[in-house]
Design a protein around this ligand. Structure first.
Ligand code: F6P
Length: 496
């Protein structure tokens, strides 16, 4: 492996090296930034547990059926005790040094790409040394996949931290089928063009046979940019690049509907929901927000909107209360630290101005709650507030909908969350418009029982139609579709 002579590009050049397929390789390999297990400390003993969430469940069951292996970062720098297998799938850790954690994870992934791909609501930072490390670490993941996958096997690469992996992997192992899925938004050209390494990122993704996005507009943004910046030709959904055919499409991710429904009907969790409401003083109205503590989620905006509704008398502190769960995230980044500080200020102002003795108007939990406690909160909440400035999908919205088996509950949802294109029964708001958020909450308060139920029923039907297992199956089916030989003479040029 060598560095490209071009300091600007700084991309790792795998050269002409080809790896021989391993003798007993895995038929299917998932490559993601993190492994599907996390280390938890219990009474001094470290224990590995599955990472929470439907995505891990769905991918794990797909890997179990296909002699599968998962490549990812175990989280800390120590993984001596990492099990070799987990629920029947092989685990292959990728090492990331403390310096690489700074440049690859906190730097290029979360201070360059993350803000840039989320409407640049915080200024993205561009550093050449971050980019170099990003390329090096991506090569490490690609090499691990190339060494693990069987001849003509399949590799499914996930998310923005690993956008160069498809290209590197293709060079090392041209025999394998490569899929890539981006879990976060893909920005329009006005933003993406800021990236000094825009061509390299696009070329990295174009190493895949199938590139999936959450929503059609993200897929369209990508195809348009690929044709503009690289030598790719073709249509919005079928590109041709370096003589290969590449499919591009939208595959909206979802949740494990069966599991969530079972939890929402579980008597113990239902009793906990009743208990939670009682602890809150059995108010007439419970408003709820559940988010990773991230500046993209619009948490402060929504709290300000609710505070103004208390101020103008729409909400009464004797009878209404809000609960905001903010899951700690990326805490060593200055933007996240500031977001926490500002958010806690807003929470304390709201309680200071509108709370009563023994009756705060907002309960704020900066904690990572177990999923059954979240389900109990979803059951206890009359109105769910999901107001991100930009979000790839937002699974909290779908989780809430899946919990409301009796069709009660209202969802106020940002038009800039991917989920908004599916959950049309929500009260759709613009999170930049404080009056608009207030109006959305007012509409949710006023809606008749009948219309509320019909809205929830519509959202539940839509979500039930495609759960996270359908998502993995549809992506995998598209990836397995036989490639048509490319006739370069007849490829259409898509006209922008
Ligand atoms: O939404 C993108 C994502 O990377 C998820 O995959 C992940 O659960 C979340 O952001 C937090 O990511 P991390 O803690 O790895 O930065």
């Amino acid at each position: 492996m060598s560095q490209s002579p071009s300091g600007r590009a700084g991309v790792v050049d795998p050269g002409t090296e080809r790896l021989t397929p391993p003798l007993h390789g895995a038929d299917l390999v998932v490559v993601a930034n993190r492994l599907p297990v996390q280390q938890t400390s219990k009474e001094g003993d470290d224990e590995w547990r599955p990472s929470p969430g439907g995505l891990v469940t769905a991918l794990t069951s797909m890997l179990q059926n296909r002699n599968g292996l998962w490549i990812g970062w175990p989280g800390g720098s120590q993984h001596d005790e990492l099990p070799e297998t987990f629920e029947g799938i092989q685990l292959r850790p990728v090492d990331i040094s403390p310096e690489e954690y700074e440049s690859f994870y906190l730097g290029f992934s979360n201070a360059t790409l993350w803000p840039l791909y989320h409407d640049a609501i915080r200024a993205p930072t561009f550093h050449r040394h971050w980019w170099h490390t990003y390329a090096e670490v991506n090569m490490r993941y690609a090499r691990a996949a190339a060494e693990a996958v069987a001849e003509n096997g399949t590799v499914w690469v996930h998310d923005y931290q690993l956008q160069l992996v498809p290209q590197y992997l293709r060079k090392l192992r041209p025999d394998v089928r490569i899929g890539f899925f981006l879990h976060i938004p893909f920005p329009p050209s006005e933003l993406f063009m800021q990236l000094p390494w825009r061509r390299e990122i696009l070329a990295g993704l174009l190493g895949a046979d199938l590139i999936g996005f959450q929503v059609p507009s993200a897929a369209a943004n990508f195809s348009r940019l690929a044709r503009r910046i690289t030598s790719a030709t073709g249509t919005a959904t079928d590109l041709v690049y370096e003589g290969r055919q590449i499919q591009v499409g939208a595959f909206p991710i979802s949740v494990d509907c069966k599991q969530i429904t079972a939890m929402a009907l579980d008597p113990a969790i239902r009793a906990r929901a009743v208990e939670l409401r009682a602890t809150l003083g059995n108010p007439d109205l419970v408003l709820l927000g559940v988010d990773r503590l991230d500046y993209t989620k619009g948490i402060q905006q929504r709290i300000r909107a609710v505070a103004e509704l208390f101020a103008d008398g729409t909400l009464d502190p004797e009878h209404a209360v809000m609960v905001q769960v903010a899951v700690p995230s990326r805490e060593s980044d200055a933007h996240y630290e500031k977001e926490r500080h500002d958010l806690e200020q807003v929470v304390s102002e709201m309680n200071g101005e509108h709370g009563l003795v023994g009756k705060p108007v907002i309960h704020y939990l900066h904690q990572n709650l177990p999923f059954d406690e979240l389900v109990a909160l979803y059951l206890a909440a009359d109105i769910m507030l999901v107001t991100p400035f930009r979000d790839g999908m937002n699974l909290v919205a779908k989780e809430y909908v899946m919990c409301r088996t009796d069709l009660t509950g209202k969802l106020v949802l940002s038009e800039f969350a991917g989920a908004a294109s599916e959950l049309r029964g929500a009260f759709i708001i613009n999170p930049h418009d404080l009056e608009g958020i207030k109006e959305g909450i007012r509409s949710a308060l006023k809606v008749s029982k009948k219309e509320g139920k019909s809205r929830m029923s519509r959202m539940r039907r839509k979500t039930l139609r495609r759960d996270v297992f359908d998502w993995t199956n549809s992506f995998f089916a598209a990836l397995a579709r036989p490639v048509q030989p490319v006739d370069l003479e007849t490829v259409d040029q898509f006209d922008d």
